[in-house]
Ligand binder design. Structure first.
Ligand code: ZN
Length: 184
């Protein structure tokens, strides 16, 4: 099922997500719907917050630009080795960044702010721990675009949007642009 995506400046995007207590069927259905919604919108990441579900769940499918994925997957039975298949869906439940370093500036966009892109500085190397869609713990080491995308999506769970990092002037211009296009 494709879910409606909240659009900036909707206040619900500012909601802080709650921890998932158990990865039950309800959560699994939500994850499935989130993947469907993300692929239907040609996105590379989607946080539950964006579909008005305020739980710590993120789905992602970032193209591998070579070495971005270093799946540690300590506790996964099927250890995937590089290169990954064309599609590499990743689901993070209750994600936690345990290590971060390096700085890099990337152009970012967001399904909640369609058609708008801006440069944001992020860590370019992170290690993240989370539960997968089956409730199993895994650890992922991520670089470059994948690392950027994870930080972007985790921000959503805190009610933070990438435009919050921009200057007040840029934020003002963006809001004016949105108001104008809403009228037309
Ligand atoms: Zn986003």
């Amino acid at each position: 099922m494709i879910l409606p995506i909240l659009k900036f400046p909707d206040k619900r995007l500012r909601t802080k997500a709650n921890k998932v207590e158990t990865v039950d069927n309800e959560i699994k259905t939500m994850v499935k719907n989130m993947f469907e919604t993300m692929y239907a919108s040609d996105g590379i990441g989607l946080a539950a917050t964006q579909v008005d579900q305020h739980l710590r769940v993120v789905v992602m499918d970032v193209p591998d630009s070579g070495g971005d994925y270093q799946l540690l997957l300590k506790n996964r039975e099927n250890k995937r080795s590089k290169p990954l298949a064309e599609k590499h869906p990743l689901c993070f439940i209750n994600p936690m960044i345990t290590q971060k370093d390096g700085k890099e500036t990337h152009s970012e966009g967001c399904l909640s702010i369609p058609g708008y892109y801006a440069e944001v500085e992020r860590f370019n190397h992170i290690v993240i721990e989370a539960l997968d869609e089956n409730g199993k713990t895994f650890t992922l080491e991520a670089h470059n675009l994948l690392a950027v995308c994870i930080q972007h999506e985790l921000d959503h769970l805190q009610g933070i949007l990438f435009v919050d990092y921009l200057s007040k002037l840029k934020q003002k211009r963006l809001l004016e642009k949105i108001k104008k296009s809403d009228k037309s």
